[in-house]
Unconditional design. Structure first.
Length: 227
């Protein structure tokens, strides 16, 4: 897996965050409204809240409920943060998804790209008593997931066909892919982004793969061929 945040010219509010426990991967991609110090504070407040509940043993439902309640009681009525949260059971590939007003994500399977559009609940901080739906999907060995913020899909970035680019770059390692995609957005924007552009890529190989063949760091056998 790999993530990349390409910052805009002004302070914005994108974040990506992840953590592992023994058998699960937790991923969040969030986008705070607006720009400047307020957006940065909103983003930090949400990520910190999600981490605190997760470290206390809270499952995905408890994480989003507690974080939203805390946000709604602490911030203004016109402030909010969109978010996409995934909890992945690594042995089985079972994925739980919460979409809090965020843009869809993408799945690449057998060379075909599908937009994963689950029903969207209100962003974090808008309504204190929001009940967030938890949606499910199952990964197949070889699947690739791509999460993005709207800085990758709106304004000039809309000129980049993410689905086509994801299919074209299927042989790239996630570290290379996230830089390639944000580079395409930078190019069409003339290297002047009006909003943060953030991507997070995950490849799942199933539970029958050999162990990594390195003492530390990335596995060289999974790297892309030299250019």
């Amino acid at each position: 897996m790999a993530g990349w945040l390409e910052p805009s010219g002004a302070v914005a509010g994108d974040t990506f965050d992840y953590s592992f426990d023994r058998s699960r991967l937790h991923v969040s991609l969030t986008d705070a409204m607006g720009h400047g110090l307020t957006a940065a504070l909103l983003a930090t407040l949400l990520v910190s809240s999600l981490r605190n509940v997760r470290r206390g043993g809270g499952d995905l439902a408890r994480q989003v409920t507690r974080a939203n309640t805390m946000m709604a009681t602490q911030i203004g009525s016109d402030e909010f943060v969109t978010g996409l949260l995934l909890q992945i059971d690594l042995p089985t590939g079972a994925v739980s998804v919460v979409n809090a007003g965020h843009v869809p994500f993408y799945r690449l399977r057998d060379g075909q790209v599908q937009t994963m559009s689950f029903p969207s609940d209100p962003p974090f901080g808008m309504f204190e008593r929001t009940l967030y739906g938890i949606h499910s999907l199952r990964l197949h060995p070889g699947d690739r997931l791509l999460l993005v913020t709207d800085g990758m899909t709106e304004r000039n970035a809309a000129q980049v066909d993410l689905s086509a680019a994801l299919a074209e770059t299927r042989d790239l390692h996630p570290r290379e892919l996230v830089q390639d995609l944000t580079g395409r957005v930078l190019q069409v924007a003339g290297n002047k982004l009006s909003d943060d552009a953030t991507v997070f890529c995950l490849d799942w190989y199933g539970n029958h793969q050999p162990m990594r063949r390195v003492a530390s760091g990335a596995d060289p056998s999974l790297a892309s061929p030299a250019l």
